[in-house]
Design a protein around this ligand. Structure first.
Ligand SMILES: [Fe+2]
Ligand SMILES: [Fe+2]
Length: 189
């Protein structure tokens, strides 16, 4: 057993600071992406672009639902749809900014949007239909984001934290929708 040496142990968890300083000066135009970045940058950017497409499809679907909601319970539900639409847009912006930080480009091409997105765009005929489709989309986002978070692990903590924060909101959205379905007496199983 070696004896405790504060001087040595202080640096045991960290690459030599001189080395970190030296590396930071190299490839300075890579900005936030340093040599110590452990993610597979290309894969992370592709996954983030899929999440971006998912958020945009969700924004569009919620906005459509906001304007199309009608019937006796429509007003409160339409308001909820609008709030969700705006929050999904906020998520899209955060993800796009992170893609740029990683040296990528946010894919905002409308062509292929639905293919890149995990969630679907279903218009829905009735208020209940719309809520049900939104809930399905949220559940898809929840599952795929959770998988992404597991993939990111310790290799890209910033992207992981971003996706964790977004996941928490999607879970709130799903709960809001479940409550709405229940209060409207839907027989959704
Ligand atoms: Fe979202
Ligand atoms: Fe959501």
């Amino acid at each position: 057993m070696s004896t405790y040496s504060p001087d040595r142990d202080k640096h045991a968890f960290l690459t030599d600071i001189q080395e970190i300083r030296r590396r930071a000066r190299e490839h300075i135009l890579n900005g936030a992406v340093t040599e110590g970045y452990r993610g597979d940058r290309e894969t992370v950017i592709r996954l983030l672009n899929e999440a971006l497409a998912t958020e945009i499809v969700c924004t569009l679907r919620y906005r459509r639902h906001h304007f199309m909601a009608s019937g006796i319970h429509a007003q409160a539900v339409a308001q909820e749809f609008l709030e969700h639409a705006n929050e999904e847009q906020g998520h899209a912006d955060l993800i796009a900014a992170r893609i740029v930080q990683l040296g990528g480009a946010p894919d905002l091409n409308p062509q292929g949007l639905l293919t890149r997105s995990h969630a679907e765009y279903v218009e829905g005929d009735s208020l209940i239909d719309m809520i049900r489709e939104d809930l399905v989309a949220e559940r898809i986002a929840i599952d795929s984001y959770a998988e992404m978070i597991r993939y990111l692990g310790d290799n890209d903590p910033t992207s992981r934290r971003l996706m964790e924060q977004i996941l928490a909101t999607e879970e709130e959205h799903a709960e809001d929708l479940r409550t709405l379905l229940e209060s409207l007496g839907s027989d959704a199983e």
